[in-house]
Design a protein around this ligand. Structure first.
Ligand SMILES: [Zn+2]
Ligand SMILES: [Zn+2]
Length: 285
């Protein structure tokens, strides 16, 4: 009898916890901190990876994940230097990279920087608060001098979106690639927001000319990476594109290519967001 009651209680506790998990899918997310060279760190939680410069000048962050995570991100930054970043740079407009903009601007006084198309796209979204909009925008790029570091922020056209930037820490030799790199995964290319497969390839090729074997790369998604990882990612895109282009030229429909699938060697790049099917459709289009 006692154990039956215990089972009922345990079952109802599990039910309660699964309901609250559904209500807040970010409740259990923890922010991990990886120290890199110099003043640079990588933070990971849910959504795009965050780059950080933390030191005597304070804190600058690159991307800020989803709004419900803002207090946790802020707390993690506080352990490095200050929980109020002076600057936020957005690598592009997607919500998994800009979701905490309003929190850091409104409550923590951060100035938000991004390519001008990021501001336009966020401003056109009714769900985005005006406090989340980038305050300083640029067409080509900017340099920021902070924590004895030169941060080169530069724009690359028509890749993942039409407002992509990457950030290179010159002294630390750390690169934040934004979503121009999904390490070990098929990339998302936002064709509806000015992205293109050819442009994505061209952007990755250009970035690869600017980094070396010692560069630590914070990818938009996936684990910390090296230039060799980035080269494997580019090789995967080129090989799968060539394969799908070949099937298309041979007269196969997109459904037929999906049905047949990619050669087995590319299977492990598939993940819950960009499955093999979705990647084939992106390449076919
Ligand atoms: Zn992303
Ligand atoms: Zn994105």
């Amino acid at each position: 009898m006692k154990s039956e009651l215990w089972n009922v209680m345990a079952a109802s506790l599990m039910l309660v916890s699964s309901i609250s998990a559904a209500q807040d899918r970010f409740a259990d997310v923890e922010i991990s901190v990886t120290p890199l060279s110099g003043s640079a760190y990588m933070l990971q939680g849910a959504g795009g990876n965050i780059g950080v410069s933390a030191g005597e000048d304070g804190v600058l962050i690159i991307d800020d994940q989803f709004a419900p995570l803002a207090p946790k991100i802020s707390a993690a930054l506080g352990k490095l230097s200050s929980d109020s970043p002076s600057y936020v740079i957005n690598t592009h407009y997607h919500g998994d990279h800009t979701g905490s903009n309003a929190f850091f601007h409104e409550h923590k006084g951060a100035t938000i920087f991004a390519h001008e198309n990021v501001r336009v796209r966020l401003a056109n979204d009714d769900k985005v608060s005006p406090a989340a909009l980038p305050v300083v925008t640029y067409a080509q790029g900017i340099k920021i001098h902070f924590n004895n570091e030169t941060l080169h922020v530069f724009h690359l056209p028509t890749g993942h979106t039409d407002g992509d930037s990457v950030v290179w820490f010159e002294e630390a030799n750390v690169l934040h690639s934004g979503d121009l790199f999904f390490n070990e995964r098929f990339p998302y290319i936002d064709l509806a927001s000015g992205g293109s497969v050819e442009g994505y390839i061209a952007s990755v090729e250009k970035i690869l000319t600017k980094i070396d074997a010692d560069t630590q790369i914070i990818p938009g998604h996936g684990p910390l990476a090296t230039k060799a990882d980035y080269e494997s990612f580019l090789a995967m895109i080129k090989a799968t594109k060539k394969y799908v282009d070949g099937q298309k030229t041979a007269g196969m429909s997109v459904d037929e290519v999906v049905e047949q699938g990619l050669p087995e060697e590319w299977a492990q790049w598939s993940w819950n967001f960009i499955t093999e099917e979705r990647w084939i459709k992106t390449l076919y289009e």
